[in-house]
Structures are given as structure tokens and as C-alpha cells.
Ligand binder design. Sequence first.
Ligand code: XMP
Length: 511
Amino acid sequence: MEHQKVLVLDFGGQYNQLIARRVRDLNVYCDLMPFGMTAEEIRKYDPIGIIFTGGPNSVYGENAPHISAEILRLGIPVLGICYGCQLIAYTLGGKVEHAETSEYGKRSFTFGKQSAISAGIPQTSICWMSHTDRVTQPPAGFETYASTESCPVAVFGNETEKIYGVQFHPEVVHSEYGNKLLENFLYRVCGAKGDWTTANFVAEQVAALKAKLGGKKVLCAMSGGVDSAVAAALVHRAAGDGLTCVFVDHGLLRKYEADEVMEVFRNQLGMNLIKADAGERFLGKLAGVSEPEQKRKIIGAEFIKVFESEAKKIGAVDFLVQGTIYPDVIESGKGNSAVIKSHHNVGGLPSVVDFKEIVEPLRDLFKDEVRRVGTELGLPDSVVLRQPFPGPGLAIRIMGEVTAEKLETLRDADYILRDEIAKAGLNREIWQYFAVITNSKTVGVQGDFRTYENVIALRAVTSVDAMTADWARIPYEILEKISVRIINEVKGANRIVYDVTSKPPATIEWE
Ligand code: XMP
């Protein structure tokens, strides 16, 4: 692709993906790469600028990641953030010192001297700090542009070399003019043209896919999720009827969801979409099973079997489409963290399909970019703004055995919750909201009669990446409406509770 690129070198900080997303939002393409790239590799990659991210180390620490000074002599503009800023100072002979106390949170900072990266930023503004070490003296030839009360060198740089360091985090929203600073770096220092736009991406991808897929047979598994939906719509633009999509309906989707997939993709977009109605089959396999991991494994395995038998009917294909997105690419192979839950996705499909090559048209995109591409392709908000939904579906929101009866109760309760959240206009700010059947029954009284029915739990969380989450502070009046409606309208429920646990220690889903 013919767009400009920025290289974001990852030193392990918690906001690293956020930096890359901010750069992309400023219409400049960037890649997040491990810090170990050599100067030669960087030269080959040919970026218009490099950003060093923050990281948990001290430059003097035992295993601290360092860089060769050669990288700073390539003539490519560099912006170092937090650890990245200290690293520039350390590498070029400035002074980095360990402060007695860490500085954390919002700070006021003042520019003493203007530079390219401070254009349009007021002399004094608020920034977000999170550090212990700090630069106390910039390298020779560098100037200090701004300081805070406890950080003498909050911004420094060398205009001729086009190298800058900022101690604070311009990528987080608490830094008032952080985005402006990033924009200045990209547009005033690196000479960005702003050629990374959704429209350009779609045009480029469709042209590239047309050249690659023209006249060939393409197969795609649709789950109803955002990524596979957008991948399918994009490939459809290029491959037309050459694309066949298989939608495995495991009967564990939310109310009306399967119908909507058919309506949008088959009726509106005119896609060649096959629906495998496998609800009964999944329920049969899940009969008598209550252990969460066992449920997940059964569903994952069954999904692949159903897909396999559909794929066999279609026969050999040239390409298999996968909805892999950028965070999957940068996270794959990272870390050895314990398996908390075995996630079900379409990763096992390649082994059961007779195909020649995989196409992953979204592998360069962050989730928000995938959504924008979906909108650009004409997909409705109900598809592109869909909240995350687990592969095993409602089965892991029904504690204990999954039965048709419990599924119906859960679907109806969940639908009311979603309806009221949307009516209250909270659907954009809450990350996920859903109902759970708790596997306990309690006694109630309705119209003078004793009832003995399911306790329904409501779960709603705010989050940025699902790694951590907080329970959403839904106003009481809205909780009340939801509770009253579920009790009145849904068969099989007589008590509603609200889950007020964050993640960690809980997880978002109940199983
Ligand atoms: P937990 O429950 O682990 O969930 O806090 C984190 C996020 O992942 C979603 N989730 C899944 N997504 N397949 C998926 O594609 C799965 O098996 C699965 N299990 C959980 C969950 O909804 C939340 O967004």
C-alpha cells in the first residue's frame, strides 16, 4: 500500500496500543513493533517518523531495553514518550535521575519556549504524568521546552535533528493538548499528508482484493460478530458472487440476532449466505453439561464440525477469509499467561477446509477502524456498533445446564435490558450489558400467588479493552424500569439482581 508510515516502537508501556490508535486517528498509518528493531530494519521499513513508547523500566535497570544511538542518527524524526523520552536522553548523553517519589496523575505544565511540537498549545495546560525516573538534563544540543513543578524537563528537543522527548502521556485523554502535540509531531515535524483514511483503505483493499481474488472461489465463516461481518462485506465488494459465507447458527445467539444477520447480508447486501441451523444439535450436545470449560469446548468443537460439513458441500475453495484484526496480530505469541477461559473463535477452521490461501483483509486495523470500514461499506449501526459477544454465546450466560426453556427466558430478559439501555442513550458508553441466568431459584409473590422462579442477574461494565472493567453506574431509575419490565414480561423470572463486581477480581462474563 502506498501510504506513509510511522513506526511506534513498543517498550512495554500500558498505553502503547493507544498511541498507535491516536496516530491512526490523525489519519497517519502506523505499526506497533517490538523495540528490538535494528537501525537497518528501520531504514528498510522507511517510516516518516518514529515514536518510542513508555515502558515499566528504568533506563539504568538490569534488563532495561536500550536502543542503538544509530537509530537517532537515521535522519528520521523521533518522539519519545515517558520511558521513550528518558531513553533518548540516556542514549545521547543527557541525565536521567531516579526521583524520590513517583509522579502520577494530572499536572500543570508550562512551555518556556515554543517549538514545532507546541504550535497551537497554550503556554500552560494540563498533562497526565505517570513516572518515577525523569530527565534532569537534556543531551548536548537539545533544549528544554517545558517543565512542571516536579519535572524540570517535561518536554525537550532538537529542532534541527527533529528529535523530541515528552515526559507526560500525550495519548491519554487527561492530557488536554496531547492530541495536538501528536498532530504537531506528525504534520509539522514528520511532514505527514494524512493519507490514512477509511475511504482510501476501502478503495485500496477492494482494488487489491479484486486483483487477488478475481474469479476465484472464496469462503468465509460468519459468526454475527463485527470482525467477520466487516471482513465478509469487504471481500464481497471485491469478489461478488465468488464469495460464499457460511453462518453457523448455534442457537445461542441473542433475540432476533440470527434473523438480522440474514436480513442484512443476504437480503440487503445480496450475499451468497448459507445458514446452518444447528440449534437443536448444540442443545443436544450440551444436555446435562454444567461445567463452564466443558461447555466452551463442546461448542467450539461442534462449531467446527458444523462448518466442516457445510464446507464439504461447497468443495475445494481458493481462499478462506478470516476476520483477524491488528490487536490479534500484535498480541499473538505474546506472554505465557494462565488460561482463564478458553476463548472460542474461528481459529480452528483452517484445518477442516480445503483451501489454498487465507485472506485477512482487516489484519492492519484496530477495532474502531474496523467499525468505520463497516459503516463505509454501508453496514447498519446494529452490526458495526454491536457490543462484544462471546463465541459460546448465551451458553456461558446460563449457569448450570443449558435448556431451551432457560434460553428463552434469558433471551427475553436480555432483550428488555438492551432495549432500555438504548432508550436511555447509554448504549455507547457502556462496553457490554447483558443478562445472566444464575441457576438459583427464589420464592416470590405475584398476584397473591407464591412463585418459585429464576434469579436473573444484570451485568453491565465499562472498559476500554475488556482486560479490566468496572461495573457501570446505571441510574437507579433505569435499573428499576428494567427490573419491572423483566418481572412483568418475561416468563420464568421473579427476581433481578445487579452485579457490582469489577474485573479483576471477577471476569466480565459469568463463565
Ligand atoms: P471475560 O469474561 O474473560 O471476557 O472478562 C473478556 C471479553 O471477551 C469476551 N469473551 C469471548 N469472546 N470468545 C470470544 O470471542 C469467547 O469464548 C469469549 N469469552 C469471553 C467477553 O464477552 C468480553 O468482552
